[in-house]
Design a protein around this ligand. Structure first.
Ligand code: PAF
Length: 278
């Protein structure tokens, strides 16, 4: 596995690979890799000649009072995980090489970025879309892999790829969970054992909500009841619970066929997200 830090160098390598007709899979991450990331890496390795993982804690997707500084950065462990799982290139850029002092171009995916997580994190998806476009331009992947835990992020990226004519297939991979049901997330490391147990109720509540909806219960009552249960999780504060069309993320209609129920809940003051496709 080669570790590359310089954007121009990774771009040069990608152009050479393209000329040799090698397919490139990209797994963009912020590190603190867990089994969820490993599932993305494995998928990419199985579908492409070359797999590139990027690890970069992207400052422009964090709000002023968010956890940019505190975000876990266990780079040695991450490097070992990448090596073990068949990654060909690990891209580790720095703030200085990605954002010049005069950096001024942002990618904004309208509408999709302002709802749900975008309400409490107004600059988040602009930061994500901007860094992912930059990674796409540097790494020139055929396929890019994203976890479906960040369902809104996945939808935003798909829209961006369509709107900006990136010739890239965006692949959403299933949520990987702890044994107790808690969705894997780098931010879980902030949680105490007790908080992890409390947070595992989020998935249980979503599973029951899906069951009620699929057995014919009105989606709005389903959401209301699930919201009440979420708010009863110890030490929790519900940011939102929403039922949306899983393709468009528009509010559900009675005619909606494919529904995603998405939530953001603070447990022990750590904001967690999860969702379930119904
Ligand atoms: O999902 C993430 O880890 C990040 O939002 C991403 C896609 C790597 C962009 O920084």
């Amino acid at each position: 596995m080669k570790i590359i830090k310089n954007p121009l160098q990774i771009q040069k390598i990608s152009i050479e690979l393209m000329k040799k007709n090698k397919s490139i899979g990209l797994v963009p991450t912020m590190g603190a890799l867990h089994l969820g990331h490993i599932s993305l890496i494995k998928k990419s390795v199985s579908q492409n000649d070359i797999t590139v993982v990027s690890i970069y804690v992207n400052p422009i997707q964090f709000g002023p009072n968010e956890d940019y500084k505190r975000y876990p950065r266990p780079i040695k462990d991450d490097i070992e995980i990448c090596k073990k799982n068949g990654v060909d290139y690990l891209f580790l850029p720095t703030n200085e090489t990605l954002y010049d002092n005069d950096f001024s171009t942002y990618v904004t995916v309208d509408k999709l970025s302002n709802m749900m997580c975008g309400v409490t994190r107004p600059i988040h998806f602009r930061g994500v879309a901007t860094i992912v476009s930059k990674l796409f331009n540097m790494i020139l992947p055929d396929r890019a892999y994203f976890g479906l835990k960040d369902y809104q992020q996945y939808t935003v990226i798909k829209q961006m790829v369509k709107d900006l004519n990136f010739k890239i297939k965006v692949i959403g991979c299933p949520i990987v969970r702890e044994k107790n049901g808690l969705a894997m997330s780098s931010r879980n490391t902030y949680l105490s054992q007790e908080a992890k147990e409390n947070a595992s109720n989020i998935h249980k509540i979503l599973v029951n909500a899906k069951k009620s909806f699929n057995s014919g219960k009105n989606i709005f009552s389903v959401i209301k009841e699930a919201g009440i249960l979420l708010s009863k999780i110890e030490n929790s504060e519900v940011d939102y619970i929403e039922a949306r069309d899983s393709n468009t993320l528009q509010p559900v209609q009675t005619t909606s066929k494919k529904v995603v129920i998405a939530v953001a809940v603070k447990v022990q003051n750590i904001r967690l997200i999860d969702n379930i496709l119904c």
